[in-house]
Design a protein around this ligand. Structure first.
Ligand SMILES: C[S@@+](CC[C@H](N)C(=O)[O-])C[C@H]1O[C@@H](n2cnc3c(N)ncnc32)[C@H](O)[C@@H]1O
Length: 236
């Protein structure tokens, strides 16, 4: 099995316990990071009507849920919510939780969506898992309308290690695989998480890749001492 297929089948295996593991492992912080990402993106865009929000690597659909909740809070009307993910297992959970959204089983690097069809596109804790990242970024730029917003939340690789980073590393490498393993019954999947961060890009490198792909960075915000980073970019 190739690397990409292995990653997706791992998510298939942990799909049912994914949400619980997420909340436990982040001590609920991911809720705050997601809310802030939606708020900041909506404020930056400024419009009260949005034709489509596409969440790529949507997993169990949480981010779509946050887009919807925060839109209601801000009086924004979003006509269509679309979730895209190659994992059948993750999509099954998403459909149960949010049956009113539209879902497509597909890879980020081959989005079966028309050119300039989405005003917002998000990918949260997903881009790290995309093996053909450059092709995916090209797809994001193709699918976004001109002026459209790309939102990425991700755990990026650290350039320097302060005390907090060292503590976070210890937690991710030593403790997290045991807790994740206990919740999901799949320790290997939670050993993959810190390793995938080590093999990922720094914030600066991801910015460079996005800009090379024709996306203009509007905001970068790090949360919880840099554990999670938000990128908001706009299609020129
Ligand atoms: C860590 S989960 C994140 C799920 C969700 N976005 C969230 O914020 O909770 C990573 C997701 O990326 C998906 N994924 C892996 N490779 C992908 C690819 N090449 N294209 C799109 N999604 C991919 C997995 O199936 C999984 O659902």
């Amino acid at each position: 099995m190739d690397r990409q297929k292995k990653i997706v089948s791992m998510f298939d295996e942990i799909a049912k316990s994914y949400d619980l593991a997420n909340r436990v492992l982040s001590f609920g912080s991911d809720i705050v990071w997601r809310r802030r990402a939606c708020e900041m993106a909506y404020d930056l865009y400024g419009k009260k009507e949005i034709s489509q929000i596409t969440d790529v690597a949507c997993g169990t659909g949480d981010m779509l849920g946050f887009w919807e909740k925060m839109a209601a809070k801000k009086g924004i009307e979003v006509k269509n919510y679309v979730g895209v993910d190659p994992s059948h297992g993750m999509l099954e959970v998403a459909k149960e939780k949010f049956p009113h959204f539209h879902y497509i089983q597909a890879y980020a690097q081959e989005l079966p969506l028309p050119d300039e069809s989405s005003e917002f596109l998000s990918i949260t804790y997903g881009i790290r898992n995309v093996v053909e990242r450059e092709a995916a970024i090209k797809e994001f730029a193709r699918v976004l309308k001109p002026g459209g917003i790309l939102v990425i939340l991700e755990f990026t690789k650290k350039e320097r290690f302060g005390v907090v980073d060292k503590a976070a590393q210890w937690y991710m490498k030593r403790l997290l695989p045991h807790i994740g393993g206990a919740v999901s019954g799949n320790k290997e999947a939670y050993e993959y998480l810190p390793n995938s961060i080590d093999n990922f890009l720094t914030t600066k490198q991801l910015v460079q890749e996005l800009e090379k792909g024709g996306l203009q960075i509007q905001k970068i915000r790090s949360f919880s001492f840099g554990i999670s980073t938000l990128f908001i970019a706009q299609k020129k």
